[in-house]
Design a protein around this ligand. Structure first.
Ligand code: NAI
Length: 336
């Protein structure tokens, strides 16, 4: 039986990088039937909303989606499609494994950190209002249910993947109630997992320690806003947004996407690096128990990244998106 997967190409460089990834997965012989769905700015212009119900229905039916980036207007306009998908499908865990790759120049070698971010609440609940002109209130929602749920995910992930430590990141010294509740919930779950080391860091200090010595961290567990910021910081440790994957996971559904956005400055010019989306697709293959295929494609990708001639311009090379995809496809063939 083929895996039936919703494919959302997205905006900007989305169609270029999804095209490259689909080509590589097909070349590897992974049995996938793609269900293509459009969402984003062009759809909003045509149909009045950027995320038509049929896109969510398709993901609910297939339970797995691979998604390109989708732009969000700043300050006004439609709410983020990315946030909306996560909320509508209750994809409460955002997972970002951040790992150094061969041939990708970065500040550190040997980085291997996993960021687990709560995906549904905190300041991203979208509850904002103007109290009086000149004063706006944005509500930060923290619940025991969501905090405990993400903690269970983090410790479950750490156990399954043989990670040694979980670090909860917070600002409970200032937000004693909200972040305090997050920490209390995490501590209760940590107590059920004595085999995994547990510690806590205040978010500002955690950022400093990450940029000085990322090796001291293993799995990071954060509420939504800190998770958003710290996960990009972690991407910066290994070469940037072009090389880090992510998964949004619920109890029985998952959407895999790159960490980067639509890159309007390079869109449509064959300059985009599909590595981040390809790595996200490899997380997807492991989610579908296609571990062997994932390992084979990873080896092919690492071989291509190790050779300067086939890297894309963001990594100092001169290859186009298509040339990069062709090079990985050839390595996939060679690895058979
Ligand atoms: P961005 O990630 O699109 O671009 C930042 C910089 O990184 C740009 O210079 C871009 O050229 C470069 N870059 C990003 N991805 C690349 C790739 N694969 N290959 C080579 N270079 C790459 O961030 P920006 O400019 O802040 O956001 C643009 C739009 O994307 C916004 O509308 C934003 O809302 C949206 N966005 C969507 C996300 C999603 O769909 N999950 C995530 C982040 C942003």
């Amino acid at each position: 039986m083929p895996h039936r997967i919703t494919l959302i190409p997205g905006d900007g460089i989305g169609p270029e990088v999804t095209g490259a990834v689909v080509q590589i997965l097909e070349r590897a012989g992974v049995d996938i039937e793609w269900e293509r769905e459009e969402a984003g700015a062009a759809v909003a212009e045509r149909e009045g909303k950027p995320l038509p119900d049929r896109v969510l229905d398709s993901i609910r039916r297939n339970r797995v989606a691979l998604k390109g980036p989708i732009g969000t207007p700043v300050g006004s306009g439609f709410t983020s499609v990315n946030v909306e998908v996560r909320r509508a499908l209750d994809l409460y865990a955002n997972l970002r494994p951040v790992r150094s790759l061969p041939g990708v120049e970065a500040r550190f070698d040997g980085v291997d950190v996993v960021v687990v971010r709560e995906n549904t609440e905190d300041l991203y609940s979208g509850l904002e209002h103007q109290v009086v002109p000149g004063v706006v209130e944005s509500l930060k929602i923290i619940t025991a249910r969501a905090s405990e749920r993400i903690a269970r995910f983090a410790f479950g992930y750490a156990t399954r993947h043989r990670r040694r430590k979980v670090t909860a990141v917070h600002k409970a010294n200032i937000m004693k109630l909200g972040d305090g509740l997050f920490l209390d919930s995490v501590r209760a779950v940590a107590g059920e997992h004595p085999a995994i080391e547990y510690d806590e860091r205040i978010v500002d200090a955690a950022c400093m320690h990450l940029v000085i010595d990322p090796g001291r961290f293993d799995v990071l567990l954060l509420p939504n806003l800190y998770g958003d910021i710290v996960s990009d910081l972690c991407a910066g440790l290994v070469g940037g947004l072009g090389v880090v994957p992510s998964a949004n996971l619920g109890d029985d559904m998952a959407v895999f996407e790159a960490v980067h956005g639509t890159a309007p400055d390079i869109a449509g010019r064959q300059l985009a690096n599909p590595t981040a989306l390809l790595l996200s697709a490899l997380l997807m293959l492991r989610y579908l128990d296609e571990d062997e295929q994932a390992a084979r494609i990873l080896t092919a990708l690492e071989r291509v990244l190790a050779g300067a001639e086939t890297r894309t311009p963001d990594l100092g090379g001169r290859a186009t998106t298509q040339e990069f995809a062709d090079a990985v496809s050839r390595q996939v063939d060679a690895g058979r």
